[in-house]
Design a protein around this ligand. Sequence first.
Ligand SMILES: [Zn+2]
Length: 98
Amino acid sequence: MPPNTKKGEPGSTTSQTRPDTNVAISANNSTPKVTPLAFGRLSPRRGGWSLIVDECPFCGQQHRHGAPNGPATRETTRISHCAHGQVRSYRIVVEEVA
Ligand SMILES: [Zn+2]
């Protein structure tokens, strides 16, 4: 039986270089985040309403959201369905009620 030499221990000699360089990160939240605008239309569905965005400002695809307020929805902010692992919200202005 060969000795099972497990070298799983992290090398103690590896000097973890922590760059303390002054990276100009805009950490201040003074700049307002621009929320893209999209137009949506309300469409009745079984038991409620759908808010359909024909052209997502991020991916250009169609997205379908729920619209619990139905025709009363005039403007809302939703998370785009295409935001893979990201939280990308966009503003939807309802311009049509089908
Ligand atoms: Zn999208």
